[in-house]
Design a protein around this ligand. Structure first.
Ligand code: NDP
Length: 487
């Protein structure tokens, strides 16, 4: 670590904010550590309201120029950012793994290519964004997507750059300018992205990064009168706080929150596939908002399903996420581990049975856990754990399956394992969820709407829905008459 530069997994990373095309320091810093071994990764600028306001001011100043930049040029620049992400893919992958402990092989093969794709997809979508004019008694209606202004984007630590760029790309494509506030546990790749954006030629102030603690700088960003959109991914309590703060200016919000999604396994399902789907829920050490953490299994196959699941889960390799044979890495932070274990121990004290796991392991690891004998109204069934903890419940018929599936305050996703197309259609129609997967999991296309119902979120992003959110939609009605003869 020298001055404002630190080295993470061999990659130099600037620890300051990125505001108006310049690196900006703060008087104080906070320490970022790696979940892999607890080693210090860097001392990061600890933003205050002053830096938050400076970033919004930079975004406001850059907005008119960026909004007026022709669509084709904006798209070209976003593709240049994607090129930069691809050029630095290995740097981004190793830094992200060091910072959040997720698997290096996933970052290399899936996540970072997806980061580049986020930019390419929304750049290309922008060029096709159109609504056919329509006629009202001879008057022409023309719908346009006007850039809204500076956007504040606030993101969590479980998939830092993936989730940030899924907001940054459409916000910028739409002609807005951006202030990103990454999670304090994972500040690193946002800083690298600032370098990449600058190298790609994004004008100063179009993309800004403010580092710091949400509890300290959040309000300065979310209640700011010059901010035109807030997109947040994170927990329900923080979302409520942000919604209240944004209410001061009636700033439109997009909220992508937690979940307690079900995996419904019907007796007519391919049981091996159902078990594979269940085991996938331990991915990223269970730190996935979409994870189907409630296994709901038809009574007649529950015993066999559980036997196969236990067998399969025992094969998961838990360890260093840099080792390419590892399946499950560490959990993000000591505080998160305490939270996970608290949920599990309270559930066991209340009568749950740990079929597997149920305890911490050395370091920042939690044993993949399956809890049976859980009551529908218990905390472990109702609350998001955000760790490798699944619950197992059985149902007698379809009606009971749907009732249990819908009986939480969340509605992010649901997964079905069934061999019957008719059943899949019937059940899907009754589920409260933003995304339903049938005999598959985590297949996500950027053109699809994404978001949650109830406490899982407000609004949808993806494809045109992203532009609807990040733009002020305008309808222009033009009369057929009234033109000057020579006009
Ligand atoms: P938090 O809500 O704690 O934090 C999310 C972000 O909000 C962080 O950047 C945090 O900063 C910031 N923040 C904290 N307080 C404030 C505030 N007062 N004002 C403004 N910003 C603030 O969530 P976690 O980071 O713990 O993330 C886990 C949660 O995210 C889970 O509930 C998970 O389900 C959800 N999630 C949802 C997804 C979805 O798409 N639906 C995807 C991934 C995760 P700081 O880090 O400094 O506290």
């Amino acid at each position: 670590m020298t001055g404002h530069l630190t080295t993470v997994a061999g990659v130099p990373v600037d620890t300051r904010h990125w505001i108006g095309g310049e690196r900006v320091a703060s008087a104080e810093t906070f320490t970022d550590v790696s979940p892999i071994d607890g080693g210090v990764l860097g001392e990061i600028a600890r933003g205050t309201a002053a830096e938050a306001h400076a970033a919004v001011a930079a975004a406001k100043a850059a907005f008119p120029g960026w909004a007026a930049t022709p669509r084709a040029e904006r798209a070209r620049l976003l593709h240049a950012v994607a090129d930069g992400v691809e050029r630095r893919l290995e740097d981004l992958a190793v830094v992200e793994t060091a910072d959040n402990g997720a698997l290096l092989r996933s970052h290399r093969r899936g996540v970072m290519p997806r980061v580049a794709h986020n930019f390419r997809f929304f750049a290309d979508w922008l060029l096709t964004l159109d609504h056919e004019d329509f006629d009202t008694r001879g008057h022409t209606n023309h719908v346009s997507w006007d850039p809204a202004g500076p956007c504040v984007l606030i993101t969590p630590w479980n998939a830092p750059l993936m989730l940030a760029t899924w907001k940054i790309a459409p916000a910028l494509a739409a002609g807005n300018t951006v202030v990103l506030k990454p999670a304090e546990w994972t500040p690193m790749t946002a800083s690298l992205l600032a370098d990449i954006a600058a190298e790609a030629g994004l004008p100063a102030g179009v993309f800004n990064v403010v580092q710091g603690l949400g509890s300290e700088i959040g309000d300065a960003l979310t209640s700011h009168p010059d901010v035109r959109r807030i997109s947040f991914t994170g927990s329900v309590p923080t979302a409520k706080h942000i919604a209240a703060s944004a209410a001061a200016q009636l700033t439109p919000l997009s909220l992508e929150l937690g979940g307690k999604s079900p995996l419904l396994v019907f007796a007519d399902a391919d049981l091996d596939l159902a078990v594979e789907l269940a085991v996938e829920q331990y991915d990223n050490a269970g730190q996935v908002c979409l994870a189907a953490t409630r296994l709901l299994v038809e009574e007649s196959v529950a015993e066999e399903f559980t036997r196969r699941l236990v067998e399969k889960a025992a094969q998961l390799a838990q360890g260093d996420p840099r080792d390419l044979s590892t399946d499950i890495g560490p959990n993000i932070h000591e505080r998160q581990l305490e939270k996970i274990d608290g949920f599990v121990q309270r559930a066991i004290a209340a009568g749950a049975r740990a079929v597997i796991g149920g305890h911490r392991l050395a370091g920042r690891f939690y044993a993949p856990t399956l809890l049976a004998d859980v009551a529908q109204d218990s905390e472990i069934v109702q609350e998001e754990v955000f760790g490798p903890v699944l619950t197992l419940q059985t149902f007698r018929d379809e009606a009971e399956a749907v009732r249990l599936a819908n009986d939480t305050r969340f509605g992010l996703a649901a997964t079905l394992a069934t061999g019957s197309r008719e059943r899949a259609e019937r059940v899907t129609g009754q589920l409260v969820a933003g995304t339903v997967w049938v005999n598959c999991f985590f297949v996500r296309d950027l053109q699809a709407p994404f978001g949650g119902s109830r406490h899982s979120g407000v609004g949808r992003e993806g494809g045109t829905w992203s532009f609807d959110f990040y733009c002020d939609l305008k309808n222009t009605v033009t009369a057929p008459k009234g033109w000057q003869e020579n006009g």
